[in-house]
Design a protein around this ligand. Sequence first.
Ligand code: 7TS
Length: 430
Amino acid sequence: MIITDKTAPVTEQHSLDVEAIRRDFPILATQVNGHALVYLDSAATSQKPRQMIDALVAYYSGQNANIHRAAHTLASRATELYETTRQKLARFIGAPSPDEVIFTRNSTESLNLVAGSWGTANVHAGDEIIVTQVEHHSNLVPWQVLAQATGASIRVAAIDAHGLVDLDAYRSLLSPRTKVVAITHMSNVLGTIAPVAEMSRLAHEAGAIVVVDGAQSAPHLPLDVLSLECDFFALSAHKMLGPTGVGALWGRRALLEAMPPFLTGGSMIGHVDWDRSTWAPIPQKFEAGTPNIADVIAFGASIDYLEALGMEAVRHHEQEITAYAIATLRERHPAITIYGTDDTSVRGGVVTFNIRNVHPHDISEILDERGIAIRAGQHCAHPLHKILGTGATARASFYLYNLNREVDALSEGLARVETVFRRVIDRPAR
Ligand code: 7TS
């Protein structure tokens, strides 16, 4: 139904045809500062395939209408396209029903929806909310605000020396007071993957619900929310080849049905009188106002693209490039510290590092002069950086369109950084 001229390059077994994939991403052919772009910042946002861009243009050029309202042909076609993405996404994440998939603006809004709606209705003074040490601010601050409003408190599950959740420490935090366990599935700083299914089982035994921040896992791992045994799962389209401005929340039907609405107004009501209203069934109950129709529809083309490649193949490719990156950077750059585990079976394609005594912003600037895009800073994870014992880090993050030669370009860029900062690097660590 989505207008695309072809699907993604077909995958043979576990290997992606990355050169063919790259031809689908127009931005990868651009020059930055006189160099071919080397885009190593997909954890911030992914680049976009032509198929998604085409779907967006096709929508505004020939399909634009508001949805779920008028009976005219364009409106019903737009509604059908919008709902088709919901079905695709439900299938992509293993949700039992598209009704359990709610479109939001991003992962941040999805997590706020759970904290603001389920949390406000169910969390009380004396209750506890467990998070892990790797949380992005988006899966920490909404729980802090809820805790402050209700008199609940936040408990933090520690990570071990490899950056993996310490299950014994986590187990010892669980108690009948635990109401919510909020976990980042894949860390945006360490790339480490949390053992969500096991953590969910333990949380459920304690009577808590489990909220998973899947912003970094949904783009990179084969997903099945039922196997994860969680209760809510949040994701952002823009990190998974989709447009900005679209996120989603999956939740278990019974929980979503029992929750109060998050935002209220048009489109989410059943019946409205002067002094009271009733709510529409899910998912409409949680989609107040005109949604981001065009971007949701275009997101459908991104899901098609990922599915055509196969998430197993995407994961396999990223494990290979991550292993290559870790080995290359360690071998060629003795002053480097790489954070997190080297074991690619429990980590994704995010490689966060520091070079002794050099500020990550300087690293990023020198790389940028060569067209290499990485991120430097605290990556919206201030408390984690305290635990890592560093004020900031540099982060290269990979996706299905990256090649080992781009890792080599990163390494050559870092060699330039080392030349410029030789004297400070040779001093003892600050
Ligand atoms: N959770 C995690 C684990 C994330 O990595 C991010 C974004 C978010 C939540 C928030 O996603 P949003 O789409 O709602 O903004 N992470 C990053 C990053 O690492 N660099 O830029 C954005």
